[in-house]
Design a protein around this ligand. Structure first.
Ligand code: AMP
Ligand code: MG
Length: 432
């Protein structure tokens, strides 16, 4: 399913040549170009509890058998089944074994040992009788039914054998994997390191969230939505504030950002306006611009650049564009930098609830609500006023994908829909 998902994103190509002479890359191509420039994931050892959500860079191998011995699977009495072929049988209780204690004595004919779940079955015993099927009388016990050999004993190594590979390298660590690693002593598993991201928002018109915007000003929402998107995949970030549309200021802050993190994410300042300085500043610093336009709606101006050991992304300033381009490109890219190829949002087929869409020169990602009705997905496009309409994206749980040049679609048509909600994400073992 996840490999399909990856293919899904890539299959979503756009019609080329709709902007003659334009260098906007089709979504699929831009995606591939970004993925091909990512540095290889770096492995490091971390304390067990810091590995949650990361990808294992090593196989987890059992250092012991589980169970390590034949153990009682129930609270009851360890007995010799040969003694208990008729019922009831009366046995003498010669010892009590809590979990964690090993009996010093073997049981002989006519004897039983009180045993708790998890305790090693004492020598001489070949079955355990649950306490519910016994009656204790002083230091005697009545076994109320016949007992077959082997009853209620979990055999040594029946779950895990020393040397077994329990979790393959490449798997995402979930609570289950934490448990199994703890059981075989991986207190510092080797995982792929998380990349670090520095976030910069550009724009003279921006004020922070705790300020009332003055004339001509709006609040900076991108910094917070992007930071949340980064945090949602467990990647650490540093927010470096609002940068004015002044080349010197932007240059200084960009230098700071490149020192601070592996990936620099800027928003705004990448359109064709006079104060859109991001690309110029990057070029003046000798940073290689790999592409500057993607044929995506919302989006299009989107800069991808690289200095020897840093990746830089200039995302469009409009909040919905910022959000969507992060989901489509940045989420998978950051995922892969930490060895996780499953970070692409799942794409599903869904039936349109209404007539929808008009052909555009760009691949469209339209805010929508996806619901599972009886036996299939139904997708309802949301009213949207475009790339600044944050409310539409907040109401959305998915993005309806319309390839460039396609549409309008009739009600009932099956379309591709990118899901956005975390609880639809899954994890598992990675493909090659
Ligand atoms: P730009 O790409 O800088 O021309 O910005 C495009 C649009 O997005 C403009 O209307 C900006 O005011 C708006 N915008 C840019 N940055 C932000 C931000 N951080 N938060 C909210 N809106 C923004
Ligand atoms: Mg701007």
């Amino acid at each position: 399913m996840f490999r399909d998902r990856e293919t899904d994103t890539r299959k979503f190509t756009s019609g080329a040549g709709l902007f003659p002479g334009d260098k906007a890359l089709p979504v699929r191509e831009a995606y591939d170009v970004i993925m091909s420039h990512l540095p290889a994931p770096v492995a490091e050892k971390v304390p067990l509890m810091r590995s949650l959500g990361l990808v294992l860079a090593e196989d987890i191998v059992a250092d012991m058998d589980m169970p390590p011995w034949d153990k009682a699977a129930m609270d009851g009495y360890a007995i010799r089944s040969a003694d208990c072929q008729k019922s009831p049988t009366e046995l003498k209780v010669v010892d009590v074994l809590p979990a964690g204690k090993v009996s010093k004595r073997a049981i002989g004919a006519g004897e039983a040992i009180r045993i708790m779940t998890g305790a090693p079955v004492p020598q001489g015993a070949d079955a355990v009788v649950p306490v519910e099927r016994t009656r204790g009388i002083g230091d005697l016990v009545h076994i109320l039914e016949a007992v077959p050999p082997g009853a209620h004993i979990a055999r040594k190594a029946e779950d895990i054998r020393t040397g077994d590979v329990l979790v393959r390298g490449g798997s995402v660590v979930r609570p289950q994997e934490i448990g199994i690693m703890a059981s075989v002593g991986y207190h510092a598993p080797k995982v792929f390191r998380r990349p670090t991201v520095a976030v910069l928002t550009t724009g003279d018109e921006l004020v922070e969230v705790d300020k009332k915007p003055g004339e001509g000003q709006i609040r900076n929402s991108n910094a917070y939505s992007i930071a949340s998107q980064i945090a949602a995949i467990g990647v650490p970030y540093a927010y470096l504030g609002i940068v004015p549309d002044v080349a010197e200021a932007l240059t200084a802050r960009l230098e700071q950002a490149m020192k601070a993190a592996d990936v620099v994410l800027l928003t705004g300042g990448v359109s064709a306006g006079e104060y859109d300085l991001v690309e110029d500043v990057m070029k003046s610093k000798g940073i290689e611009i790999i592409f500057e336009r993607v044929n995506i709606k919302p989006g299009r101006p989107m800069v991808f650049a690289k200095s020897p050991d840093k990746l830089l992304f200039g995302l469009p300033g409009n909040p919905v564009s910022t959000f969507v381009t992060f989901e489509v490109f940045l989420r998978p890219a950051l995922g892969r930098m930490m060895g996780n190829r499953l970070m692409d949002r799942p794409v599903v087929d869904a039936e349109l609830s209404v007539n929808f869409g008009k052909p555009q020169a760009r691949d469209q990602y339209c805010p929508a609500r996806l619901t599972w009705v009886k036996d299939r997905y139904i997708v309802a496009p949301l009213e949207s006023h475009g790339s600044a309409d944050l409310r539409s994206i907040s109401q959305a749980n998915s993005l309806l994908m319309i390839p460039a040049g396609e549409g309008p679609y009739p009600v009932g048509r099956v379309v591709r829909v990118m899901t956005l909600d975390e609880d639809q994400q899954m994890s598992g073992v990675m493909g090659a």
